[in-house]
Design a protein around this ligand. Structure first.
Ligand code: F0G
Length: 482
């Protein structure tokens, strides 16, 4: 993206790339969408892509790849052990992150599985700025628990704080003091904090966390899956960082942590993952599990073609035009939605546009899953697939009680370099229409509820015939238009 002044005075994000390969989209009629969402149990994860117009479920594994990435895939060295592809990837990781040891894994949660199996034991406490669903699940599975030590503003939907993903340093110190460092296998910092709306942490905050970890003798683990967005925000929002290059900021961040892991479905715009460190002892411990759970050390469950694409993708992440594309499109969408008074998370973060479902649907109880209901309703009126990021994404307590999520959000992810301005305008229009007709949207209730990560494949029913009424109103206002 670049800042170009338009003669009209209007400011729009301008893409610094062009489409070379396209995929045809379908916008099926609303009656078909009603059938599709009912069949999917009102869970957008269960929709078939053929019924989806704009897939804003996630930015994971669906970012557009560059011509350079595609061509690199052709030189992949397909061998079980000792592949040249691995050495190219390893040396890119060493160059960008200054980490000597690299372990490949098939995606982000696979890295979490390995880290948690090695470090987390019953009674462990893992402090972090905020949890991610898969991270928490792996910590809990190994008998540990998560302690979130976010700053107070993290959960305020609207705020001017540029770094809502920061850790509260005093609370971190108090937590270590209270439980003792022995109980803490590592401190985890998540770049571009996913579940609170893709909110970044600052470089300064990370320096402070490092100091606390050094004093207590603790390892600092960075989840760098959403590092690209975080790099953009550090460069544009943090005092003293405007003059630094993305490469320099990346290096400073990686030098501050002991272990860095990432989902390359996000970072690097392909499909895979990995863990890197300079700590040989840590490396040797983690290494044992890679062939057991993932694959041999030179592919770790990834296709070598994807590995080549990641290597190029990581290098491309050092390009400002690349890392600012997502955040600037998201910022544009948030600004347009605000003009229409739709409640959104501010400041605009990375990953996607986050709508505050509790403010959008204040008449719904949190146990009726407002974010899930909003995701279902938005698909119905637009063919846009978003993701519930609220109470439905939490796990029920052992006693059957709901865990009410801190924030009740509908996430509309913005895969990098995928959508056009007219797609965004269409999305804004349909969301604004739905907001005008929000009273028609009712709640959901589980009919099939898995125990772990229930949001992935649980099924829900509507608590009334609200969808039929919403469809009728849609037809009244839009006629034959899909
Ligand atoms: N950490 C963060 C911050 C993530 O956002 C994700 C995935 C993971 C770890 C796990 O990585 O999917 O490669 O196993 N986030 C996806 C999302 C699922 O849609 O936000 P993975």
């Amino acid at each position: 993206m670049t800042d170009v002044k338009l003669y009209s005075g209007e400011s729009i994000p301008l893409e610094m790339h062009k489409a070379k390969i396209i995929q045809k989209l379908n916008l099926v009629p609303i009656d078909h969408r009603l059938e599709a969402i009912s069949e999917a149990g009102n869970n957008t994860f269960l929709l078939k892509n053929r019924d989806v117009f704009l897939d804003m479920l996630t930015d994971s594994g669906v970012n557009a790849m560059s011509d350079q990435q595609l061509s690199a895939m052709m030189i992949a060295d397909d061998s079980y052990a000792g592949s040249e592809t691995f050495y190219r990837m390893e040396s890119k990781i060493q160059e960008l992150f200054n980490k000597k040891f690299f372990l490949p894994a098939h995606q982000g949660r696979a890295c979490e599985n390995i880290l948690c199996q090695v470090f987390v034991t019953p009674g462990s406490i893992v402090p972090m700025n905020y949890h991610f669903t898969t991270t928490k699940a792996h910590i809990v599975l190994n008998g540990g628990r998560v302690e979130e030590i976010f700053i107070d503003e993290a959960l305020q939907v609207t705020s001017n704080n540029p770094f809502k993903g920061n850790m509260d340093i005093e609370k971190l110190e108090a937590l270590i003091e209270q439980h003792g460092a022995d109980k803490i296998p590592f401190v985890r910092l998540e770049a571009g904090t996913n579940l609170i709306g893709g909110q970044p942490h600052s470089l300064e905050n990370m320096r402070q966390i490092r100091r606390v970890c050094d004093q207590a003798g603790l390892l600092l683990v960075l989840d760098a899956s959403l590092l690209a967005d975080n790099l953009h925000f550090i460069k544009t929002r943090e005092e003293g960082c405007r003059e630094k290059s993305i490469r320099e900021i990346t290096r400073e961040i990686s030098d501050l942590c002991d272990i860095m892991y990432f989902s390359a479905r996000k970072l690097g715009c392909a499909r895979g993952g990995g863990i890197c460190t300079n700590n040989e002892e840590v490396y040797l411990k983690l290494r044992e599990l890679v062939p057991l759970l993932e694959g041999f050390l030179t592919y770790g469950g990834m296709s070598v073609r994807e590995m080549e694409a990641i290597t190029v993708g990581l290098e491309e992440t050092m390009d400002e035009d690349m890392v600012n594309q997502g955040p600037q499109f998201i910022d544009f969408m948030i600004t347009e939605l605000q003009k229409k008074e739709v409640p959104v998370v501010t400041p605009a973060g990375g990953l996607g546009c986050h709508i505050d479902a509790s403010a959008f649907l204040p008449h719904l109880d949190r146990t009726e899953y407002p974010s899930g209901a909003l995701a279902s309703a938005l698909y119905l009126v637009s063919g846009i697939r978003g993701m519930e990021r609220g109470t439905m994404s939490e796990q029920r307590e052992e006693n059957g009680e709901e865990t009410i999520a801190h924030m009740e959000l509908l996430r509309l992810a913005m895969p990098r370099r995928v959508f056009t301005m007219s797609h965004i305008k269409y999305a804004v229009d349909r969301i604004a229409w739905l907001y005008q007709n929000r009273d028609l949207v009712g709640g959901l209730t589980f009919v099939e509820e898995p125990k772990i990560l229930r949001f992935f494949f649980g099924k829900l029913a509507t608590t009334s015939d609200w969808q039929t009424k919403l469809v009728a109103k849609f037809k009244e206002d839009f006629g034959e238009s899909p």
